[in-house]
Design a protein around this ligand. Structure first.
Ligand SMILES: Nc1ncnc2c1ncn2[C@@H]1O[C@H](COP(=O)(O)OP(=O)(O)OP(=O)(O)O)[C@@H](O)[C@H]1O
Ligand SMILES: [Mg+2]
Length: 308
């Protein structure tokens, strides 16, 4: 910890914030008081997502504690930390996927472009179009490659396909072809599936299925893509393709990715948030700084493999 970070804490923070308690620790994790200055990260421009005092419980289990973090646009933010520290829970809060879990209770605010997504009357369908999600296990629909990409735009009426538009002569065949090709190209899958778009998606390899899921996510024109360990079920070559893809996607989208792979986080992300025991965000900052010169001893121990 540097002296300047201590100074920031003592001068800028309230008593309540500076007395963050030392949390219960897992085996090998050193006892340490968290310093709020370790989570301070400034970047140019407005955050696309701004999370304030987020707390999540599953029944009585407090899974996330007072998380406040701003996420910059068009960049890759990595979330790392040991199993059970709340990374997936946090990710799911960003597009209200936790709403589907009955025992989950959420407090705090998550602002997306300045609007609290937990405000009454928020449109969840629209929210999940704008903030898409890719899961650990590729989960394509048991339909053709084309239909996987076109399904949501058809469902939302962005593309008119089916019997009624056909009878009315308003079928968007060309529009759909263009969209499917664009999304598959953007997901770096086009060259491998061109010419077999009518094949069942379940016949693709795991890595191809995952890129198809990314293409499906892109088809509704999202702004943010949440990824929960998207490459952990893949071999090294498929993983490398996903990593290259994420790098490209960050030119147009905001990517927030959970990964257990430290090298992956270091390679692909611009900033890294480290969650530790007790669902606490311990450190957040520029990825190079977090990996090369972390302020928290526990973060250093975690990154160097001493626990977790
Ligand atoms: N659906 C759920 N119902 C009840 N408890 C849950 C649920 N999902 C997560 N939890 C609990 O919340 C805590 C955080 O879990 P979470 O899955 O967010 O951790 P994680 O950091 O993603 O872990 P991993 O790295 O293993 O995926 C854990 O104690 C977990 O048991
Ligand atoms: Mg998880």
């Amino acid at each position: 910890m540097t002296e300047s970070s201590m100074d920031t804490t003592t001068t800028e923070r309230t008593d309540a914030e500076t007395t963050t308690t030392a949390t219960e620790t897992t085996t090998g994790e050193s006892d340490e008081r968290t310093n709020p200055a370790w989570r301070e990260y400034s970047f140019p421009g407005d955050p696309v997502l701004s999370i304030e005092d987020l707390n999540v419980w599953y029944d009585d289990d407090h899974a996330l504690t007072d998380i406040s973090i701003d996420i910059p646009e068009q960049s890759v933010t990595a979330l790392i930390g040991p199993s059970g520290c709340g990374k997936s829970t946090f990710l799911r809060c960003l597009n209200r996927m936790n709403d589907r879990i009955k025992s989950a209770r959420i407090e705090g605010t998550v602002s997306f472009n300045g609007q609290n997504i937990y405000a009454d009357g928020a449109n969840l369908v629209e929210l999940r179009k704008r903030i898409g999600m890719v899961f650990q296990q590729p989960n394509p629909f048991p339909k053709s490659i084309r239909e996987n990409v076109a399904y949501a735009p058809r469902k939302h009426g962005d593309i008119e396909r089916g019997l009624v538009p056909k009878l009315l002569g308003r079928e968007d065949v060309q529009k759909e072809d263009e969209l499917v090709e664009r999304c598959l190209r953007d997901a770096a899958l086009w060259d491998e599936v061109d010419g077999r778009l009518e094949d069942n998606a379940l016949g693709l390899s795991g890595g191809q299925q995952q890129r198809l899921c990314i293409a499906r996510c892109l088809a509704v024109d999202p702004e943010v893509i949440l990824m929960d360990e998207p490459a952990s079920a893949l071999d090294p070559i498929a993983t490398a393709k996903i990593e290259d893809l994420i790098d490209d996607l960050a030119e147009d989208y905001t990517v927030v990715i959970v990964t257990h792979n430290m090298q992956q986080a270091a390679r692909i992300s611009d900033q890294t948030a480290v969650f530790l025991t007790g669902g606490e965000l311990v450190e957040y900052g520029d990825t190079d700084q977090v990996f090369e010169d972390p302020e928290s001893q526990r973060v250093e121990d975690y990154i160097s493999g001493k626990f977790g």
